[in-house]
Design a protein around this ligand. Structure first.
Ligand SMILES: [Mg+2]
Length: 298
C-alpha cells in the first residue's frame, strides 16, 4: 500500500505511532465525514470513488482558504464486504494528483462504510488565507467553473435521466480547485468558500459572514455540459439545478475590482456583485421560486 513517497515536509508517517510534519507558516486544518447511505451510496459509487470523493471534499475546503494542500489523515469504518485497498487506491490517486501525502489514519470495522478525512494545508502567514467574512460592497462575485454537473451526474447514476459518462464522473470524481484557490488568494480575493451544498445556500453563507447582499445573475451561471438536458428530463429549470445542486466543489469568491484581471486569469467567471447589507442573496433573471432556492443540507 505504501508505494507512494511522502512529501518533503513529512518526517514520519503511516507505520509509526504518529505522523511528524515540519511546520512552516500557518497550518490550515479541515475535517470532513462521509457516510454510505447519506453522502454516497455503494453500488452507485465504487469503493475507489468513495475514497476519492471523501478526500476531494476535504481538500476543497483547503482550496477555499487559498492554502497549499499538505497532508491528509484518512480514518475508515469498514463495513462487511468493502475493499479497504480499493478505498485507499481511490484516495491515493487524488492525493498523487494534488501533491498530498496521506500521512496517517485509522481503520476499524462497523455497520456502515464511513470515511473521516482530516486535511492539513499550509500558508505563509495568517493574512495569506482567505476566509468567508471579507466581502465588501463593490466586489465582484465569481465561480471557478461550471455548476450543476454533480447533481446532474447523480441523477444519471440513479437512472432518473440520461446523460454522458462525464456527468457521472463530475459526481464520482470531483476535483478540488486547489490551484485556483491559491491564485485567487494571491490575487487578493476578499472572501471565498467552496460550493459543497450548492450556490444558493453557500452564497448565503458569504452574505451572512460579511453582512452584505450578494446580487447574483442566474443567466450568468456557467452550466456544466449536459445539465440542460438532465434538467429537462427532471422537469427542473437548468439554472435552478446549477444553483441548488450540491457537491460541485467549485469556488465562489468575492474579489475587488482591482483584482478582476488576475481573478479571470485564475479561471473565475463573474456571476454578480456585492452590495451593502442586509445579509441576503438576491437573484435576477431567475425563474419563479428563486427566493426559496436552497442547496442540499445534510
Ligand atoms: Mg467548505
Amino acid at each position: 500500500m505504501l508505494s507512494v513517497r511522502p512529501g518533503t515536509r513529512v518526517v514520519r508517517w503511516i507505520g509509526d505511532d504518529a505522523a511528524v510534519v515540519r511546520a512552516d507558516g500557518v497550518a490550515v486544518v479541515s475535517t470532513d465525514v462521509m457516510v454510505d447511505g447519506t453522502h454516497f451510496r455503494l453500488g452507485q459509487a465504487m469503493p475507489e470513488d468513495a475514497g476519492w470523493r471523501a478526500l476531494a471534499g476535504a481538500l476543497s475546503d483547503l482550496a477555499a482558504m487559498g492554502a497549499e494542500a499538505g497532508e491528509a489523515y484518512l480514518s475508515v469504518v469498514l463495513a462487511p464486504g468493502v475493499d479497504a485497498l480499493a478505498l485507499h487506491r481511490g484516495a491515493e490517486a487524488l492525493a498523487a494528483e494534488c501533491g498530498v501525502t496521506i500521512a496517517g489514519g485509522d481503520l476499524t470495522r462497523g455497520p456502515a462504510l464511513t470515511l473521516a478525512v482530516t486535511v492539513v494545508g499550509w500558508a505563509a502567514a495568517a493574512d495569506a488565507v482567505v476566509g468567508r467574512d471579507g466581502a465588501c460592497p463593490g466586489d465582484l462575485v465569481g465561480v471557478s467553473g461550471p455548476l450543476g454537473g454533480s447533481a446532474a451526474g447523480l441523477a444519471v447514476l440513479e437512472g432518473r435521466a440520461d446523460g454522458p459518462p462525464s456527468l457521472a464522473l463530475s459526481y464520482l470524481r470531483p476535483r478540488p480547485r486547489l490551484a485556483a484557490g491559491r491564485a485567487l488568494a494571491a490575487a487578493g480575493a476578499h472572501a471565498m468558500l467552496d460550493l459543497s451544498d450548492g450556490l444558493a445556500s453557500d452564497a448565503r453563507r458569504l452574505a451572512e459572514a460579511g453582512g452584505v447582499t450578494l446580487r447574483l445573475d442566474a443567466a450568468a451561471l456557467p452550466l456544466a455540459d449536459g445539465v440542460p438536458a438532465v434538467a429537462g428530463a427532471l422537469g427542473t429549470d437548468p439554472t435552478e439545478l446549477a444553483a441548488t445542486g450540491g457537491e460541485d466543489y467549485e469556488l465562489c469568491a468575492c474579489v475587488p475590482q482591482a483584482a478582476r484581471a488576475a481573478a479571470e486569469a485564475a479561471g473565475l467567471r463573474w456571476i454578480g456583485e456585492v452590495a451593502a447589507g442586509p445579509a441576503d442573496v438576491v437573484w435576477r433573471n431567475a425563474p419563479p421560486g428563486s427566493a426559496a432556492w436552497r442547496g442540499y443540507e445534510y
